[in-house]
Design a protein around this ligand. Sequence first.
Ligand code: BTN
Length: 256
Amino acid sequence: MSLTKKNFYKIFAKQGITLPCFFYGSVDSTNTRAKELTKKGLDGGAVIAARQTKGRGRYDRSFLSKRGKGVYLSFVGQARENFAALSALSALAVLGAVKQIYDIECKIKWPNDVIYQGKKLCGILPESVAAGDTRYVIVGVGVNVNYTEVDFGALAGKAVSIRQITGKNSCVLTLAAQLVKNLQTVFSRFDGEEQILIEEFRASCDTIGKTIVFERGGATVTGKAVGIDESCALLVEREGRTEKIAWGEISVRPAG
Ligand code: BTN
């Protein structure tokens, strides 16, 4: 199905989505646009684009955002306490959507990368913005859908797409609609069911049991990931002690 506004509204209506959702043929970054709309009064919703000209990743990296090749979506909800946990748990919405639509089982690389057989299928950029007295969280989700090895360029080998797994192109709008629904569910379950969500997260987290490399006090150190605590922080055993990483970048050391 072609990436037009008309098709977007058709699919979203068919999926029963009543949340305010905005579709753009091209934007700099859906997270940036979602922030602008929130500052102008959007009280929860989603921004979706066919392509991004300045797609942003974590730590000021750029995010590959070719037209029709991926889902580029920013979900806006009210920020609760424990922003880091909500940001990590959003990965469950992606895991659920790819299982529901394509029957693909993915895992989470802590804190919130969605991976398939060790390669990255989806990245999530959480940000927050204040409007009046309310603080909102923007969950920016980028899923590789129709990318080929050639499209990935330098990322080939580290990234994977739905197309590479299933062998065929898929409709990015259908996946976007399912993601919006699942993100709504994660946000609403976060009130009252946070610990159940964290249990689901633990069960899907591929990082536990692995040797990881991370930054501590300006140095690069190694430890063993041993668990996820009740605030979704990563527990790491290092030098005979258990340390907590609340949020941040880690890399997993290959086995062997
Ligand atoms: C990462 O893996 O570093 C996070 C990538 C997040 C990319 C998404 S695409 C939709 C939203 N808009 C952006 O500019 N970034 C996020």
